[in-house]
Write a protein that binds this ligand. Structure first.
Ligand code: ADP
Ligand code: MG
Length: 224
């Protein structure tokens, strides 16, 4: 399977906010352009509120652009079946969300939807989840453990593109480093196309790849 490339052309997105009973529009993304080659890793930095999460959400259609086009392997993401699109594009959020049930149930969530089979024990090993936790309740886990469950859940769908929204920012330094290493290893092993949002310049340096700063609604390539 050759890795998927991703293109954003002239993408704009504004949001509507209610302020003192009136509606205020804020332009978050404005004519944004980005081309990510198949198997490439891109790092996106930018201050809080600059639109990094909005950008990721547009790519797997959790939200729609006001204008512009987003294509995956040359095909407009609007022309994909949304389920197929979200299977191809895995997303890991800044704050991990787990559901009632065991760790195993949580990891298998997408697989049940797709009817595919994956070796959960092997995936748990690869994502640093102790086997003893597999049948434990997911809700009381620590944030670091939950984040691993979310990463395992995303990988269980065998995505080809991975959108990472500050995936280590809620973790302590030691866990963050482990999760970072894990994601980089997975990316190499599976030849994934990755957009990694981080506010941490040092992390961006460690991760490598082309680096962008989101400023005034557009991406500028930076060399840090
Ligand atoms: P970042 O991830 O870079 O911190 P976001 O993409 O989350 O930024 O947000 C960009 C801007 O859009 C912020 O000003 C934020 O307050 C606003 N915003 C994002 N989502 C919503 C929403 N659902 N409703 C209202 N405002 C939103
Ligand atoms: Mg964000």
């Amino acid at each position: 399977m050759s890795p998927l490339h991703l293109e954003l052309r002239n993408v704009s997105k504004s949001i509507l906010r209610k302020v003192n009973n009136s509606r205020v529009t804020t332009q978050v993304l404005s004519g944004l352009e980005l081309e990510v080659q198949g198997g490439e890793l891109i790092t996106v930095m930018g201050p809080s509120g600059s639109g990094k999460s909005t950008l990721l959400r547009l790519i797997n259609r959790l939200s729609e652009p006001d204008s512009g086009i987003i294509t995956l392997n040359g095909k407009n993401t609007r022309d994909y079946d949304p389920l197929e699109l979200r299977r191809k594009i895995g997303m890991v959020f800044q704050v991990p969300i787990v559901f009632r049930g065991s760790v195993r149930d949580n990891i298998a969530l997408g697989m049940k939807l797709w009817g595919s089979y994956i070796d959960i024990e092997a995936l748990a090993r690869d994502t640093g989840i102790p086997e003893a936790l597999l049948d434990a309740d997911a809700l009381p886990l620590s944030v670091g453990e939950k984040q691993r469950v979310c990463i395992a859940r995303a990988l269980a769908n065998q995505p080809e593109v991975l959108l990472l929204d500050e995936p280590t920012s809620s973790l302590d330094a030691v866990t963050a480093e482990k999760v970072e290493g894990l994601l980089l290893g997975m990316r190499r092993e599976r030849n994934l196309t990755v957009l990694w949002v981080t506010h941490d310049r040092e992390q961006a340096k460690r991760i490598g790849g082309r680096k962008f700063m989101l400023r005034d609604g557009r991406l500028e390539e930076v060399h840090v």
